[in-house]
Design a binder for this molecule. Structure first.
Ligand code: PLP
Length: 416
């Protein structure tokens, strides 16, 4: 029972969460109201998730109250299902896709599966491009809590030109939860918005909701959600969506801002540099003379688990503190105070030489995870810069999906 042992060990060590899911080891929100016995199937009185008419129809009605005018559908397989479904749902309505800035691998998986044509654009270039009859896929906010400049204007002008706007709001289910938080793209009338409730709100992993602003688009989405999503939905996840949504509706932010300020002040007093993102629930930490990767490792060593580490720093997803929360902030302070940086910097894989990849066609996308944004897609050619980035990330032990398949393919070829 190795997995059970590992999970028990993390629990026994009091692992502190600065990562998703948003319930932060059940210290936030109301998931204690769930009972394992509620893991049921579609017995009479419950409902069919893909053709909801009863209690799940009512759940969707409740969710659609978030932004009047939108249709909502609860999902149990995460935003990934919503993104794949969105690409399929609009592919025959448009001449092609425009992917704005970095996007999660699910966007490219959808595009690859459909064979749809797409171009990559930066948000700054969209307003100068022809978007007529295109579908725009926008990631908002980013993994690290950045917004998109001119989002409102982009959506407005693109829609006026006949474009369909799909927004990957995986990291923004808490948008608009209180003053000071980012607005949802639904306030600007995006056509399809997918939110991972499990990331920042207190819901179970897998909990997501898709919102659409048009009845027929909603019907098309439902067709593909039915294709891609399990036909055995977890009622525990569905109930956690309802609880997280009620949490969202009832949220008041005084406690959040109070605890957040205390935490940031504490970090600064310990000589951390704290970058505050546009999303107030995301911060990026650095410490002078300590690489982000060593900092990440030191925190892990103190049983403080972060969301992600990149060259920019260590990303924390802050708890959405609320009256009555039980997030152990004082334990976190104790651990931060005793933090030891006496851990080795992650070591370079000795003598790694990946230059044989340069010029070769990628057999699989290479995706650092997290954040899950591909640095090269299948079919593209490895350049010197891409290989350099891969070596750099492997140096710091960043997990890289797909790289081994490429190495295996070309290493063999090279060796023969
Ligand atoms: C930007 C972005 N979009 C979509 C996803 C997929 O979301 P989910 O895990 O809910 O399937 C992720 C997951 O990390 C993500 O970072």
């Amino acid at each position: 029972m190795r997995l059970m042992n590992k999970l028990n060990e993390l629990r026994k060590d009091g692992a502190l969460s600065m990562h998703v899911p948003g319930h932060k080891n059940m210290t936030l929100g109301n998931l204690s109201l769930l009972d394992w016995k509620d893991d049921m199937t579609e017995i009479t009185g419950l409902d069919d998730l893909h053709s909801p008419e009863g209690i799940l129809f009512e759940l969707n009605e409740f969710l659609s109250g978030k932004y009047p005018g939108y249709h909502a559908q609860a999902m149990v397989n995460g935003t990934t299902t919503g993104i794949l479904s969105a690409v399929y749902a609009v592919k025959d309505k448009v001449d092609g896709f425009m992917v704005i800035d970095d996007a999660h691998k699910s966007v490219y998986h959808g595009l690859n599966l459909t064979g749809a044509s797409f171009e990559q654009k930066s948000a700054g270039d969209v307003l100068n491009s022809s978007v007529q009859n295109k579908a725009l896929i926008i990631t908002y906010p980013t993994y690290s809590g950045r917004g998109v400049d001119n989002l409102e204007a982009i959506i407005k002008e693109a829609r006026a030109a006949g474009a369909i706007i799909i927004v990957d709001e995986a990291h923004g289910a808490h948008n608009d939860i209180a003053p000071g938080f980012l607005p949802s793209a639904m306030t600007f009338n995006a056509d399809i918005v997918v939110q991972s409730y499990h990331k920042m709100l207190p819901a179970l992993t897998g909990a997501s909701v898709v919102f659409t602003n048009d009845r027929s688009l909603h019907r098309d989405m439902m067709k593909y959600i039915d294709y891609f999503e399990t036909s055995s939905p977890s009622y525990l996840i569905l109930a956690s969506i309802e609880l997280a949504h009620q949490f969202y509706n009832d949220y008041t932010s005084e406690e959040f801002y109070k605890e957040r300020s205390a935490l940031i002040d504490y970090l600064k007093a310990l000589d951390f540099t704290v970058h505050e993102s546009e999303d107030p629930a995301k911060i990026i930490l650095n410490k002078k003379d300590v690489s982000p990767y060593r900092l990440f490792k030191s925190l892990n060593g103190a049983d403080v688990y972060s969301e992600m580490v990149t060259d920019e720093g260590v990303l924390w997803c802050l708890p959405l503190f609320h009256p009555g929360h039980s997030y152990p902030l004082s334990l976190l302070f104790e651990r931060l105070e005793k933090l030891s940086f006496n851990v080795p910097d992650p070591l370079e894989s000795k003598g790694e030489n990946l230059s044989f990849l340069i010029g070769k066609e990628a057999v699989r996308a290479v995706v650092p995870y997290p954040p899950g944004v591909p640095i090269i897609h299948a079919g593209e050619h490895f350049t010197h810069d891409i290989v350099k980035t891969i070596i750099h990330k492997r140096y710091y032990h960043v997990k890289m999906e797909g790289i081994e398949d490429n190495i295996e393919c070309y290493k063999v070829e090279d060796d023969t």
